[in-house]
Design a protein around this ligand. Structure first.
Ligand SMILES: Cc1cc2nc3c(=O)[nH]c(=O)nc-3n(C[C@H](O)[C@H](O)[C@H](O)COP(=O)(O)O)c2cc1C
Length: 318
């Protein structure tokens, strides 16, 4: 049993108190503040290495170590041009848990397992899950189409996608996409997941390092105010704005694939997260933006999630 009463192998596997995972979020968790706060509260805090300079990644890892004895993870997308360097840093700094996406684990697993590192692989669906299990990863994360950032490209919702992956594998599965509160966490466990990963909810905390205008845009959004842009490539779910309207209009007008790709690349998450350009930047957030109406300290979010999940569990068993 985990600390809040749901059966899970993850606390024993990872050394965390509660199987609540803060999704790695480029910029928002590309520093120590958010992952450290989550780790201190008993969940799994995750540094998103994607946009970081190697020296900044080293600094963030050391800052978390200095702030807590609890384990934490680094999220490394293997398609990133610096992924080999990030993996070397993770090894040198003895990072206890890796969360790896966008590429196969085989080439790297033995090296990290030999050092006792736990490898959690982000998979897009059941076939991918079976392959990752055969390769020997320790746990899986699967992210439904509701999610902010880059959901699985097929746009299957978490209700179906998480269930399909749980059916396909014997590994512990962490379900993501559409979870904003303890009821959502309980829903993931009802599907057979043994943990829940939340992105947008942790984006809306004091510690998440994105521009105030970004948080304001997420606060103001309803459940139907996100759009998926970049279909057919690396789709991204973000708050609807002038940029997504331009992409939608171009798609309707039948713009060719190459021009659409150029348009997709013309604006970035960085513009929204660092510069606060929420009209044209990629304001990445999930449909749960419409379920979230505050931006409190992370410790309070963690406390609420644990209490709400326990309340949902009691409600479900009558
Ligand atoms: C602003 C933002 C940035 C993200 N960046 C990454 C990333 O760098 N790597 C990654 O694997 N997932 C990334 N994600 C996805 C999250 O880790 C998580 O899976 C997702 O947000 C969960 O869905 P939810 O937003 O509905 O909670 C990002 C999500 C958001 C909202």
């Amino acid at each position: 049993m985990s600390a809040f009463g749901f059966a899970s192998r993850l606390p024993a596997l990872l050394g965390i108190r509660v199987p609540i995972v803060q999704g790695g979020m480029s910029w928002a968790s590309s520093s120590a503040a958010l992952p450290l706060a989550v780790a201190r509260a008993g969940g799994l805090g995750v540094i998103a290495a994607g946009p970081m300079r190697p020296d900044a990644l080293v600094d963030a890892i050391r800052e978390i170590r200095a702030g807590t004895d609890a384990p934490f993870a680094v999220n490394i997308p293997l398609y990133n041009k610096r992924s080999a360097e990030f993996l070397d840093i993770a090894e040198a700094e003895a990072v206890p848990i890796l969360i790896v996406s966008q590429g196969g684990p085989r080439a790297h697993l033995a090296r990290f397992h030999a050092r006792g590192v736990k490898w959690i692989h982000v998979v897009a669906g059941p076939d991918h899950a079976t392959k990752a299990e055969a390769a020997g990863v320790d746990a899986l994360i699967v992210v439904g189409g509701e999610a902010g950032g880059h959901p699985a490209p097929d746009e299957v919702s978490a209700l179906v996608l998480v269930r399909s992956v749980v059916r396909a594998t014997a590994l512990p599965v962490i379900g993501a996409g559409g979870v904003a509160d303890g009821a959502g966490i309980a829903a993931m466990f009802a599907l057979g997941a043994e943990g829940a990963q939340l992105g947008t909810r942790f984006l809306m905390t004091e510690e998440a390092s994105v521009h105030a205008a970004y948080k304001q845009a997420v606060l103001g959004a309803g459940i139907a105010d996100t759009r998926l842009v970049g279909r057919g490539g690396l789709p991204v779910r973000q708050i609807r704005n002038a940029f997504t309207d331009a992409v939608d209009a171009a798609e309707r007008a039948g713009m060719g694939k190459d021009d659409l790709a150029t348009l997709y690349m013309s604006h970035t998450l960085k513009e929204a997260a660092l510069d606060g350009d929420v009209a044209l930047g990629k304001v990445e957030a999930g449909q749960t933006a419409g379920l979230i109406d505050d931006c409190p300290p992370t410790a309070l979010v963690m406390q609420r999630l644990i209490e709400e999940a326990e309340a949902a569990r009691r409600r479900m068993i009558g």
